[in-house]
Design a protein around this ligand. Structure first.
Ligand SMILES: Cc1ncc(COP(=O)(O)O)c(C=O)c1O
Length: 447
C-alpha cells in the first residue's frame, strides 16, 4: 500500500551503491536477527493502524501531507549513515546538501543573499527569527495578528520579548489600521506577517505592510511555515499573489518543507536576508568544529544535533522537483488551490445547507452547516465531523470567535465550532466529487 517492491528494490540498489563507497574497510557487518525483530516490528505495525489514513485523499482534515516517495527513500537511505548536520565532522555530505537545498529555497523567495538552515519545524524556525529580532531590537515589541500561529506568543514568552496581538479584518487578515495604531506608539521592533494562517489559510497583506514597516523602521518576519511554497503556484488570487510577490523584501522567513515541501516530519527552515545576523550565533565549540575551516551549520543554528537525513531527503526532492514557478511542484499546489475553490463553490451552490465562512486564499476551506445559533451550528458541525469519519471522510473541526464572521447568527456562545479541510494533496482535486458526496451523506444523516 505504501511502497511497492520496486521501491524497496530501488532502496536496496541505492544502499549497495552507498555501501560500495566504504568497501575498502574490513567487514564489520552487524547481523540482522530477523526472527527476533519480526514480532516486534509487526506489533509496531499493528499499533500504527491506530491512525487516521493521512496518506489517502479521503483524509482532508488537518494540515498533513504525505512525504514524496523519493523523500521517504532518500531519508531511509541516509539514516543508514545517520549523519548529524551540527558539524561537518558528523555530516559532511549531508551538510553540503543542506546548504544547497536551503540556497534553492532562498532563490525561490527571490533573495540574492541569505543565511539559513533547516530546523526541527516551523516553531523552531520562528523562534530563531524572533530571537534575532530581539537581538536587533532589544526590549521592543513583537506584533502579530490574533490569527497568527499560537506559538508566536509563547516564543516571545520564552525569549522574554513583549508581544501584542493585532485585530484582523473579516477575511481573517492582519488589520492595517490596528497595525498602524500600534506602530505609532514607537516601541515596536518586529511585525510577524503570516502568509497562510493555520486556522483559515488567510494571507496577510505583506505588500501593504512593508510601506508602514519602513516608515516606522521595524523588521518584518514572514511566517510562511504552511504557505511558503505557494510562491511556486501560478493561480493565486489577486491579493494573495501581491502578498507573495512581496516576499523578496522580508527580513526573515520561516517555511516548513515538512508541510507543502513533501518531507517527513522534522524539516522546517529559517532564512535571514542579511547574512550578517550570523554574528549573533557566534559561539565556541572546539571539540566539534575541527575538521574544516568551512562553515559548520552548527555555527549558525541554535540547535546542536540535527538530522542530516532530513537534508538529504529535501535535497533529493528538490532535485526531482526543482523549485520553479509553474513547475511540477507548483502545478501540484495549483491543483490544491483548485480543489479548495471547487469545494468552496460547491458549498456556495447549496446555501440552504452550508455557509462558507472564508473565501479560500490557499488550500484550506472553513465552513459550517446552516443554523440559527452558534450553539446549534457547533453541535451540527461536531456531529457531521463524526458521521463523516464513519463514512471514511476525515475532516477537522475548528473554532471561530464571535465578531469575525456570520454577524446574523444568534451568538449564544462566544465561539463557533465549524468544519475545516486542508486540501493539501493534489489528488484532492480528482477526489472532490467523492468528498462532496460523502459530506452530503454525513449531513443528511443529521437531519
Ligand atoms: C503558520 C504556521 N506557523 C507555524 C507553525 C508551527 O510549525 P510546526 O508545527 O512545524 O512547528 C504552523 C503549523 O501548522 C503554521 O501553520
Amino acid at each position: 500500500m505504501f511502497i511497492s517492491q520496486a521501491g524497496l528494490d530501488l532502496l536496496q540498489e541505492a544502499l549497495n551503491h552507498l555501501g560500495n563507497g566504504f568497501s575498502r574497510l574490513p567487514p564489520a557487518e552487524t547481523r540482522l536477527d530477523v526472527e527476533r525483530l519480526r514480532p516486534v516490528l509487526l506489533e509496531v505495525a499493528g499499533r500504527m493502524r491506530d491512525n487516521y489514513p493521512y496518506h489517502h485523499p479521503l483524509y482532508a482534515g488537518q494540515m498533513l501531507k504525505p512525504p514524496h516517495p523519493l523523500a521517504r527513500l532518500a531519508y531511509a537511505l541516509a539514516q543508514f549513515i545517520n549523519p548529524n548536520n551540527h558539524a561537518l565532522d558528523g555530516g559532511r555530505a549531508s551538510s553540503a546538501l543542506e546548504k544547497e537545498a536551503v540556497a534553492e529555497i532562498s532563490a525561490m523567495l527571490g533573495w540574492s543573499e541569505h543565511l539559513g538552515h533547516l530546523t526541527s519545524g516551523g516553531t523552531f524556525a520562528n523562534l530563531e527569527a524572533l530571537w534575532i529580532a530581539g537581538c536587533l531590537h532589544p526590549g521592543k515589541r513583537i506584533l502579530a495578528s490574533s490569527q497568527a500561529h499560537y506559538t508566536h506568543q509563547r516564543i516571545c514568552g520564552v525569549l522574554q520579548l513583549p508581544f501584542s496581538p493585532l485585530a484582523v479584518d473579516p477575511a481573517a487578515r492582519l488589520d492595517l489600521a490596528s497595525l498602524e495604531a500600534e506602530l505609532a506608539k514607537g516601541d515596536v521592533g518586529t511585525i510577524v506577517v503570516t502568509l497562510g494562517t493555520s486556522a483559515v489559510g488567510a494571507v496577510d497583506p505583506l505588500h501593504l505592510i512593508f510601506p508602514l514597516a519602513e516608515r516606522y523602521g521595524v523588521r518584518v518576519h514572514v511566517d510562511a511555515a504552511y504557505g511558503g511554497y505557494f510562491r511556486l503556484a501560478e493561480s493565486l488570487g489577486g491579493q494573495a499573489a501581491r502578498a507573495f510577490a512581496a516576499v523578496p523584501r522580508a527580513h526573515s522567513l520561516a517555511i516548513d518543507p515538512h508541510k507543502h515541501g513533501m518531507q517527513p516530519y522534522g524539516c522546517g527552515c529559517v532564512l535571514f536576508r542579511d547574512p550578517s545576523v550570523g554574528r549573533f550565533y557566534k559561539h565556541d565549540s572546539p571539540y566539534t568544529y575541527f575538521s574544516s575551516a568551512e562553515l559548520h551549520l552548527g555555527e549558525i543554528s541554535l540547535e546542536c544535533s540535527r538530522p542530516g537525513a532530513a537534508a538529504v531527503a529535501l535535497w533529493a526532492t528538490q532535485r526531482l522537483l526543482p523549485l520553479e514557478r509553474g513547475g511540477e511542484l507548483g502545478q501540484r499546489l495549483d491543483q490544491s488551490l483548485k480543489a479548495a475553490r471547487g469545494l468552496a463553490g460547491w458549498l456556495k451552490e447549496r446555501p440552504e445547507h452550508w455557509k462558507l465562512l472564508f473565501e479560500p486564499e490557499l488550500d484550506l476551506v472553513v465552513w459550517a452547516p446552516q443554523g440559527t445559533s452558534a450553539g446549534e451550528v457547533s453541535r451540527k458541525s461536531q456531529a457531521i465531523f463524526e458521521k463523516a469519519a464513519e463514512l471514511d471522510l476525515h475532516l477537522a473541526v475548528t473554532q471561530v470567535s464571535q465578531g469575525l464572521v456570520w454577524p446574523e447568527l444568534d451568538w449564544d456562545q462566544p465561539r463557533l465550532a465549524c468544519l475545516r479541510s486542508c486540501l493539501m494533496k493534489p489528488e484532492h482535486l480528482e477526489w472532490l466529487p467523492e468528498i462532496c458526496a460523502r459530506l452530503e451523506l454525513a449531513a443528511a444523516s443529521q437531519c
